[in-house]
Write a protein that binds this ligand. Structure first.
Ligand SMILES: [Zn+2]
Length: 145
């Protein structure tokens, strides 16, 4: 039996929609897992530091995230709240500071702001540069008021 053309096309359409949706969830899950492991690492560092300094609670944690660090800041904000549960950080406030990407051209030494690894030097138009800022991800401070 020959499948009508329109039916086949619409079946394919929904099939691709389903594929796209499933992969979207997979990708979303993967991204959150990446950020969650980072958040858990941050919490671990903070807890260690609190222990060293004999702190029983932390009111505020400051985190610096480089624009070129590969960390999705909104995802990190979301998972930080999960990672903080039942730790010394549970009731603390998290402050995120975004560090802009900065590059130095290896040809003409011009320094310029960039948000990608594939930028062009605004001065000599070459693509040969070194990232000098924006790849960092660190706990800047733990504050107790
Ligand atoms: Zn240049």
């Amino acid at each position: 039996m020959k499948v009508p053309f329109t039916f086949k096309k619409s079946f394919e359409f929904w099939y691709y929609c389903k594929l796209l949706y499933e992969n979207y969830l997979l990708l979303l899950n993967f991204l959150l897992m990446h950020e969650l492991s980072i958040a858990m690492n941050i919490v671990e560092i903070a807890c260690e530091q609190a222990k060293i300094n004999n702190l029983s609670a932390i009111d505020e944690i400051e985190i610096e995230v480089g624009e070129l660090s590969g960390v999705e800041i909104d995802a990190l904000k979301f998972v930080m709240e999960i990672a903080k549960k039942e730790t010394i950080l549970e009731n603390s406030r998290t402050i995120f500071t975004l560090i802009p990407g900065l590059a130095r051209c290896l040809i003409c030494s011009k320094e310029f702001v960039t948000d990608s690894f594939f930028s062009q030097c605004p001065e000599c138009k070459r693509f040969n540069f070194q990232i000098i800022q924006g790849q960092e991800l660190r706990v800047k401070s733990l504050n107790v008021f």
